[in-house]
Design a protein around this ligand. Structure first.
Ligand code: DON
Length: 309
């Protein structure tokens, strides 16, 4: 694949101008009260390639709430920490259901379908709570090593806001506990989980963080092997099949890249061997994924002519 450097910027400019015309019908997430305050018209995109070159438009430097995008990073840390034991407690199959579905847990006897639905991410959070004396510090250290940027931090206001209305996640964690699939106290696991989801990053920072998944586990900024090739293969496979909940098929069909969305309106996608790209637009479609973000990534793989397929 060869996309000229000048073409990437031209393509991003075209995506910005085409999509600025689109009438967005989605709604900014409001079940986490703090997220409802984010202006709906924010729109940014940043593509970072393996040559270390950056292409961007709009609000690509503004930090926003990563929410479920952070589940990829907590999974990476858990896989680095306990490796295959994790898969005894969480599955690797698409859920075909909403990210916060409770009924699937009943059907699967307390084993979440995959690590990206909330139930699965809570089990991953439990693994981190069990394995680190200070899991919040351990996760931040992991992010700082991954990105080479020590300023990435939790947004305490967003974490507290999610906790204040987090009845469904409390129900989910208690339900997991009733099946014996949480080792730690529900409160402790949820405190870590709400903090993990509150991590604030920009499109630029997310693209730079996710380049490791395009580079077979090697950090681009230091050339260090940070994750194994097998860990990266598995995480990319999970992003492709489970990264968008009951819209994973649609994202694969339209975009053709592994990716992960968050209710803050961000989406990150990876083209292994080529680039990582992040896009941010807060209004969500009915499945909880950024409406313009999905469209922007569809335009990217259509206009470049390249996806993983
Ligand atoms: O647990 C929650 O509901 C949020 N902290 C994260 C959900 C989320 O981002 C779903 N993604 N599209």
């Amino acid at each position: 694949m060869k996309v000229d450097v000048t073409d990437y910027q031209k393509i991003l400019n075209q995506i910005q101008s085409e999509l600025s015309e689109v009438k967005v019908t989605g709604k900014v997430a409001s079940y986490i009260p703090e997220l409802a305050k984010v202006p709906a018209d924010r729109f940014g995109m940043h593509l970072y390639n393996l040559e270390g070159e950056s292409f961007c438009f709009g609000d690509s430097d503004a930090r926003f709430s990563t929410q479920s995008i952070s589940k990829v990073l907590s999974l990476a840390l858990a896989m680095k920490t306990i490796d295959d034991d994790l898969w005894k407690r969480v599955g690797v199959e698409p859920s075909g259901a909403k990210f916060n579905s409770l009924s699937l847990l009943e059907d699967n006897f307390g084993i979440p379908r995959n690590p990206f639905i909330n139930a699965g991410a809570l089990v991953v959070a439990d693994v981190l709570v069990s394995n680190f004396s200070n899991p919040k510090t351990a996760f931040l250290t992991f992010l700082h090593e991954l990105t080479g940027d020590d300023s990435i931090a939790y947004d305490e206001v967003v974490a507290a806001s999610e906790k204040s209305e987090g009845y469904r996640n409390f129900a989910m964690a208690n339900y997991l506990k009733s099946f014996g699939n949480l080792e730690n106290d529900v409160e402790e696991v949820l405190d870590f989980y709400f903090h993990q989801c509150s991590i604030a990053m920009s499109c630029k920072e997310l693209a730079q963080a996710f380049i490791v998944f395009a580079n077979k586990g090697k950090l681009l900024h230091s050339d260090r092997q940070f994750l194994t090739g097998q860990q990266v293969k598995r995480i990319n496979a999970l992003m492709l099949t489970c990264g968008f909940y009951d819209e994973a098929g649609e994202f694969s069909f339209e975009v053709g890249l592994p990716g992960k969305s968050g209710v803050g309106g961000g989406i990150v996608a990876v083209h292994p061997g080529h680039y990582a790209v992040a896009v941010w637009s807060p209004p969500l479609n009915p499945k909880g994924n950024s409406e313009l973000g999905m469209a922007a990534l569809e335009r990217l793989t259509t206009l470049t002519g390249y996806s993983i397929f």
